[in-house]
Design a protein around this ligand. Structure first.
Ligand code: GDP
Length: 423
């Protein structure tokens, strides 16, 4: 038996009677984030000309990504198979919130005759970012950690209308455990809506067949029906069929919108009937940015770090690392504390159970006593009733039947009356 306010997880649920103040915590976090700003690193991968820079600039409504020929892309490193890795950082602000956005581009990917290992320099780059973070985590002074880990990777799929190509599958298979993979169908305006639908189904089937993990918003963590429906809708659009455009076109009603002009009409970037750009932007920037950052930290990076230490054969180092890494220590302390609390709860529950059993036994005993006393009393009363009835019967038997009984006394005629009076 358990008390109602003890939840199964072991946490006691209590409603506060008054305001103590911790409900202000989200505001504190919010204020801190505003003050500090935050980082977001987005990697874009896909063959040249698939509209990567256009889409990034469309997403952030500014020329965040300068494009291939522009010299602003910094630190470009060319690899033997023709893949370069370059990154640009932009400090952008919206409603007073600062975002340090880094866009990592991978020009040359898939552009060579032999693209067999074009995923390699990209994996190396992602992992070197993890290594840099790991090295900073192990420093004595950890107050100023620069976090350049890749939070999301937009993989541009060529709009062939058929299936994924070998290069796409190879890439995703080699990267999916290291990044939050977001597949997008590039330049979806080059396909008809029916072709887009069929292509999406084929891409998803290939992704599932090859066991590739892609980032998907989850619905079961939320209580709010609107958020659940929204997340389901976003998840249903993956792989996002997108259109990018840095220019505006005029609609029939004279209003200007971001879009692409065709002889037969216009395609609007922000029209959900035309493509999935709005849903991609919603997930990436409006609703799941923090989840992407969080998954990078607690799932992708953590698993890389563990694998790396174990692969190096440093089982002992892993232990030492654990010993000196405050974060790992904190996690272990939290785990130990949780286990202790669970043990305590189990003990308390056992004591409670025992007390309940004792009380129940006592109650049963008193019930039995009461029962037997009741039985005794009932028997005594029964005996009394029988005795009284016997008495009554006897008394009735002793009483004469009216009319038949001899008078109790008779007035005898006085035979000697005369005698008495001389008659
Ligand atoms: P990147 O090499 O992948 O960065 O591609 P760019 O962004 O430089 O785009 C290459 C060309 O494709 C440019 O002429 C763009 O105007 C065009 N483009 C970009 N996005 C789209 C799109 O969604 N649809 C179509 N039809 N063209 C696009």
């Amino acid at each position: 038996m358990r008390q109602n306010n003890v939840a199964d997880s072991g946490a006691i649920k209590k409603k506060m009677n008054g305001y103590v103040g911790f409900s202000n915590y989200p505001n504190q976090v919010h204020r801190r984030s505003i003050k500090r700003g935050f980082n977001f690193t987005l990697m874009v991968v896909g063959e040249s000309g698939l509209g990567k820079s256009t889409l990034i600039n469309t997403l952030f409504e500014s020329k965040v990504y300068p494009g291939r020929d522009d010299s602003a892309a910094v630190g470009a490193v060319e690899h033997p198979n023709g893949v370069e890795i370059s990154s640009v950082t932009a400090d952008i602000q919206e409603n007073g919130i600062k975002l340090k956005l880094s866009v990592v581009d991978t020009p040359g990917f898939g552009d060579s005759i032999n693209n067999e290992e074009s995923w390699k320099p990209i994996v190396e780059n992602v992992e070197s970012r993890f290594d840099a973070y790991l090295a900073q985590e192990n420093r004595v002074n950890r107050s100023k950690i620069v976090d350049n880990r890749v939070n999301a990777l937009l993989y541009f799929i060529k709009p062939t209308g058929h299936r994924l190509r070998a290069i796409d599958i190879e890439f995703m298979k080699n990267l999916h455990t290291r990044v939050n993979l977001i597949p997008v169908i590039a330049k979806s305006d080059t396909l008809t809506p029916r072709e887009v639908e069929q292509f999406k189904a084929n891409v998803l089937a290939d992704i599932n067949y090859h066991g590739i993990q892609i980032f998907k918003p989850v619905s079961d963590e939320y209580d709010d029906p609107e958020t659940i429906a929204d997340n389901k809708d976003i998840a249903g659009k993956i792989p996002f069929a997108v259109i990018g455009s840095e220019s505006f076109v005029e609609r029939a009603d004279g209003t200007k919108v971001r879009g692409r002009q065709y002889p037969w009409g216009i395609i609007e970037v922000e029209n959900e009937q035309h493509n999935d750009f709005v849903r991609l932007r919603q997930m990436l920037l409006r609703t799941h940015m923090e989840e992407l950052r969080d998954t990078t930290d607690v799932a992708l990076y953590e698993s890389y770090r563990t694998q790396k230490l174990l692969a190096m054969g440093h089982v002992q180092d892993a232990a030492v690392f654990r010993e000196f890494n405050p974060r790992v220590q904190q996690e272990e302390e939290a785990r130990a504390h949780y286990a202790k609390m669970q043990k305590l709860e189990a003990e308390m529950s056992a004591v409670f159970q025992q007390k309940v059993q004792e009380k129940e036994a006592k109650l049963k005993q008193s019930e039995e006593e009461l029962h037997s006393r009741h039985k005794e009393m009932k028997a005594a009363m029964e005996a009394q009733r029988t005795a009284l009835e016997e008495q009554k019967r006897r008394a009735q038997a002793a009483m004469p039947v009216p009319g038949t009984a001899e008078p109790m006394y008779q007035t005898q005629p006085r035979k000697d009356k005369k005698k008495l009076f001389g008659g």
